[in-house]
Design a binder for this molecule. Structure first.
Ligand code: ATR
Length: 264
């Protein structure tokens, strides 16, 4: 039986095992997927397990998406530019790292039917997921990306890999068509961004990478303004979909039954 794993710290709340095991059953794949909380020093051991065929693949989550890179033999173009790997597998005896968060974000946006081409995007945050978001947005042909992060230097650092992004001070608010919360503000229900969204028309999209809680205060604000809103649920599902496709060469089904099963 093939074995898969998601590694991270913390890992208790990861829904990846639930999702992948559901798809194994639906697609009659003889495999199991579990989660393992690890420390940085345990990455090497996990890579050895892949090399020894004890593991067929792993997903990587916070805080190891960048740390794992130095242990890999081959990086996809996407992982190299975003310096972020969430999916690992072995090919021709080489350990390969890929980033399916990009496609996950892109496919989740398709589902909103919001057209990104030539639009201005405002991103709040500059943490681990932001390079993947920028990569996807550039691919979708947006015209302008502005980033604001509490620690401004971290936003400035993104310029090393992404030219043509604009940085503004935390609290400043440029014009935008779509605004993305990529900070961890909102994980607690009472978290508030402290932004003032007066004089905003209804044509905007408010997107929160957070999916638990389902509706952060940020999304509540978007809704109250009559704007379109989306949480990070579909991004989570689609990044797993892409990893599943890579590992098993099967496109798993995403439907209402699955969404109810995940109960997100
Ligand atoms: P990491 O930075 O380790 O990748 P992350 O969870 O991916 O962690 O990112 C957390 C993001 O939420 C960061 O952009 C962080 O801002 P800082 O870079 O200034 O830390 C942002 N964030 C977390 N708590 C915040 C708060 N109370 N106010 C504003 N931004 C916050």
């Amino acid at each position: 039986m093939k074995k898969y794993l998601v590694i991270g710290n913390p890992i208790e709340h990861s829904l990846s095992p639930k999702l992948h095991n559901y798809w194994f059953e639906k697609n009659n794949i003889d495999a199991s997927y579990s989660k393992r909380k690890i420390n940085q020093s345990e990455i090497q051991g996990i890579i050895s397990e892949i090399k020894d065929n004890k593991l067929s693949g792993i997903n990587v989550t916070v805080p190891f998406k960048r740390d794992i890179i130095s242990f890999l033999d081959v990086l996809s173009e996407e992982s190299r530019i975003t310096e972020s790997v969430n999916t690992v597998y072995i090919k021709d005896k080489k350990i390969v790292g890929h980033n399916t968060d990009i496609k996950g974000f892109e496919l989740s946006l398709k589902k909103t039917r919001f057209h990104l081409k030539d639009k201005s995007i405002f991103i709040l945050g500059a943490g681990g997921v932001v390079p993947s978001i920028i990569y996807a947005l550039k691919k979708l042909g947006v015209s302008k990306i502005t980033i604001s992060n509490r620690t401004k230097q971290k936003a400035e650092n993104l310029k090393e890999n992404f030219s043509n992004i604009n940085i503004v001070d935390w609290g400043d608010q440029p014009e935008f068509d779509m605004i993305i919360n990529a900070t961890s503000l909102g994980l607690s229900k009472e978290d508030d961004m402290g932004l003032n969204f007066k004089n905003i028309n209804k044509e905007k999209l408010f997107y929160d990478v957070i999916y638990n809680p389902k509706e952060t205060n940020f999304l509540k604000t978007g809704k109250s303004l009559g704007c379109k809103v989306s949480n990070g649920k579909m991004m989570f599902i689609y990044q797993a979909f892409e990893a599943f496709r890579l590992w098993h060469k099967v496109k798993p089904e995403i439907n209402e039954e699955l969404e109810n099963f995940l109960d997100l």
